[in-house]
Design a protein around this ligand. Structure first.
Ligand code: ZN
Length: 500
């Protein structure tokens, strides 16, 4: 390691340590902290965030980065230092382009928006939230202007979570999905009675559900020596380093699928975090490529694996051993169909594979119109109902089941596209894994997930952020981002299940 490189990484590592310490506090807040800790915890997190920010924008950091940039630019084209420089420069540019005053104003608005969102939900009335949301749109536009963008301010917000994503590209991606999925959803909705999932509801003891979920992700390869699961109201994954990855779940004793698939989902996020390159830990190069690519890992294990016939051939005997009364009568075919039940519904987080991206299209299109000034915050509920009716054929009875359902808008705009990128990428990787591992289905039937995890480790996890989304996809699958494998997977699978 050269002197300039170690001078830079030393600074990066300190910043990362501060951020991981904040992650521990954030994880604790969502899992074990008593309510009384709230005020103090907010102060502690704000202090750590500003410490990390101050270090990143400091003249000393700028000088270390400039010195390293000079060295990296002279390195051979395939030298890892180019990738490190790109990822650090990106973080540095973002931090220095946003005025401290704007960041502080947005943080204060987030608190105000959250409070009015909670009040609006209690009243089931978006109008209560609209004034704060209008300010959030306004401040999002300011952030877009500060960061810069190719065509429209919304591009800048998308780029924050999905580097390189633009409004135009996102609209095209969703447009291709809508063209195939809207008619498919209509056909399936007319044949709802073809699938029975009633046996997934009843009584499923909490402790047994907990154990069964852990057993599944342990089989996938989740390392409990370097991670653990706890409980929270909303499941999430966080990482304090490759040696300590935390996932959470929540259990409802009335329903089997909710906790089980949430554990597979978060377990997929966790496997990615555990596989990131230890040698670049505590630098931006050692982190995931984007939130969409992260979501591809959770979706792959939850859906492509967890909702496959092969998986249930392996896992149904395990599920029956734990829940003999509930699953004793059922065969693989019945559980496979039940866990793939499709229903156009109102709530995104409960949506199935076929309808999920249509929920994202609704949000993406409204956000883009808001950012362009074509839609006013107060008119969101009406536009929401119209799009839900058009894409899914359902209309929310009130705003609680409509435009007030997601917490995302209390913190800003632009975060939804990653879910769709994740779905699309998960199918691309699955197709490529199938080419690389010819007996993939048999291996999964035997409960042997090592070849699949090995493929993901090699093609994605161990790269960290060495490649951008497009570059990593080309190397791993031979193509850039494309909806073809996803649409092929969804159409083939669900036409068969619903006899279309
Ligand atoms: Zn996720």
């Amino acid at each position: 390691m050269t002197e300039r490189l170690s001078a830079l990484t030393k600074r990066l590592e300190e910043i990362d340590d501060i951020q991981r310490a904040a992650a521990v506090l954030g994880w604790d807040q969502m899992t074990y902290m008593p309510r009384g800790g709230n005020a103090g915890r907010g102060e502690q997190l704000a202090t750590l965030a500003s410490l990390a920010h101050e270090r990143l924008v400091s003249p000393a950091f700028g000088a270390a980065l400039a010195a390293f940039a000079e060295e990296a630019q002279g390195a051979p084209a395939d030298d890892i230092r180019h990738a490190l420089l790109r990822t650090v420069q990106r973080a540095y540019d973002q931090a220095t382009k946003l005025p401290q005053e704007l960041v502080a104003r947005q943080m204060r608005l987030t608190v105000e928006a959250y409070e009015s969102w909670v009040a609006a939900r209690a009243a089931k009335d978006f109008a209560v939230f609209a004034p704060a949301f209008a300010k959030m749109v306004e401040i999002s536009r300011e952030i877009g202007e500060a960061l810069g963008y190719p065509d429209e301010p919304y591009d800048a917000l998308l780029d924050l979570s999905e580097p390189g994503m633009t409004a135009k590209a996102g609209a095209e991606l969703l447009g291709e999905l809508k063209a195939h999925l809207v008619p498919l959803v209509q056909e399936i909705a007319a044949r709802k009675d073809r699938v029975d999932r009633s046996f997934l509801y009843g009584h499923f003891a909490d402790e047994s559900q907990w154990q069964l979920g852990l057993e599944a992700i342990e089989a996938f390869g989740f390392d409990f020596g370097r991670g653990r699961q706890d409980r929270s109201i909303h499941p999430f994954t966080t990482s304090f380093g490759v040696g300590d990855v935390r996932i959470t779940t929540r259990i409802s004793e009335e329903s089997f699928a909710s906790a089980f698939f949430s554990t597979l989902h978060e377990g997929g996020h966790g496997l990615y975090e555990q596989g990131l390159p230890a040698e670049w830990a505590r630098t931006p190069l050692g982190q995931a490529i984007s939130s969409g690519v992260h979501e591809s890992q959770s979706r792959l294990w939850e859906n492509l694996v967890g909702r496959s016939r092969a998986f249930w051939r392996y896992f149904l005997p395990r599920a029956k051993a734990v829940f003999p009364a509930q699953f004793g009568e059922n065969g693989v075919e019945e559980i496979y169909r039940a866990v793939n039940y499709v229903e156009p519904s109102l709530i995104r987080v409960d949506a199935d594979e076929v309808t999920y991206n249509l929920h994202i299209a609704v949000r993406f299109e409204l956000e883009r119109a808001l950012m362009q000034g074509e839609l006013k915050a107060k008119d969101v509920p009406e536009a929401w109902r119209a799009k839900m009716q058009q894409y899914l054929g359902v209309t929310p009875p009130d705003d609680l089941e409509g435009a007030l359902q997601d917490i995302h808008w209390t913190g800003g705009l632009g975060g939804f596209i990653g879910y769709t990128v994740g779905n699309v990428v998960s199918a691309q990787l699955w197709e490529a894994a199938g080419r690389t591992i010819p007996d993939l289905t048999e291996r999964i039937t035997q409960g042997d997930f090592a070849p699949l995890l090995g493929f993901l480790r090699r093609e994605l996890h161990q790269l960290g952020s060495q490649e951008k989304t497009e570059g990593f996809l080309r190397k791993a699958t031979g193509e850039g981002l494309t909806t073809r494998p996803y649409l092929g997977y969804i159409t083939g699978k669900y036409r068969e299940i619903y006899g279309l």
